[in-house]
Design a protein around this ligand. Structure first.
Ligand SMILES: NC(=O)c1ccc[n+]([C@@H]2O[C@H](COP(=O)([O-])OP(=O)(O)OC[C@H]3O[C@@H](n4cnc5c(N)ncnc54)[C@H](OP(=O)(O)O)[C@@H]3O)[C@@H](O)[C@H]2O)c1
Length: 222
């Protein structure tokens, strides 16, 4: 299989790349080559992608040409730590939407022919419980919550619109994971996270498509 993983230079993306590189052809995207150093130890193809720039998305699609992609994992994400109302910042809000919701949608649009060129046709989005309305009992984190809620809406619409093409859409919360974003107090390490996510991706079929699931398979409230 050919697998494209965004934000693969560190954190959950790097662990996903390490897992799949042992079994498949992996195209790992980084926005800064310096951040891709850890990928050097893996048998992966590294490509540049800056999700805030539409041209970067189009350039990646051009570079890939007609390479078939069995699985695209939209993993890259950003969290601006504005937990209180008085910390809300217009740039951070727009930036979060660009990286966490609009970028994945535009990348899907650009790479749809590559996905359709395989029988596997799996499209995966790494979202967050923070994008859930039903689970939001603590408030705050305006830009991150809003951008992940928007990502959930994007993924759901894609699941509906692309079902006729046999494309299956996975939408997962990866757990609270020990990464730069999750911090050292997080509950699980990247290996446990990726063991769960890859099991979800393996079982992803038409019946699972468009559902919002925890990394361990439990359904999550929208
Ligand atoms: N860790 C958690 O507890 C947790 C919980 C819920 C959801 N998530 C989600 O899981 C995913 C991975 O998180 P993580 O914990 O591995 O985060 P991380 O360690 O902070 O890594 C984020 C990745 O996204 C990339 N990225 C950021 N901005 C980008 C941009 N503008 N264009 C392209 N790539 C960009 C980063 O690239 P650089 O290295 O170049 O900065 C990095 O590879 C994210 O979508 C996150 O929201 C994480």
């Amino acid at each position: 299989m050919n697998i494209l993983i965004t934000g693969a230079g560190r954190g959950i993306g790097l662990e996903l790349a390490a897992f799949y590189a042992k079994r498949h052809q992996v195209i790992a995207t980084v926005r800064n080559p310096r951040h891709g150093e850890a990928l050097g130890a893996l048998r992966v193809q590294v490509q540049h992608l800056e999700l805030t720039q539409h041209q970067s998305i189009l350039d990646l699609a051009k570079t890939l040409g007609d390479t078939p992609l069995d699985l695209i994992i939209h993993n890259a994400g950003v969290l601006h730590a504005e937990s209180d109302l008085d910390e809300v910042d217009a740039f951070n809000f727009a930036h979060s939407i660009q990286v966490n919701s609009l970028g994945p949608l535009l990348l899907t649009q650009a790479l749809l022919p590559n996905l359709l060129a395989t029988p596997t046709r799996k499209l995966v989005f790494i979202s967050s419980m923070m994008g859930s309305m039903g689970d939001n009992g603590s408030g705050g984190y305006y830009s991150y919550r809003a951008s992940k809620a928007a990502l959930n809406a994007v993924a759901k619409s894609l699941a509906v619109d692309l079902a006729g093409d046999g494309i299956k859409v996975g939408l997962y919360h990866p757990g609270w994971v020990q990464t730069d974003m999750g911090g050292p107090r997080a509950l699980i390490d990247t290996q446990s996270c990726v063991a769960g996510l890859t099991a979800r991706i393996q079982e992803l079929d038409a019946a699972h498509s468009g559902r919002f699931l925890n990394y361990d398979g439990k359904p999550l409230p929208w």
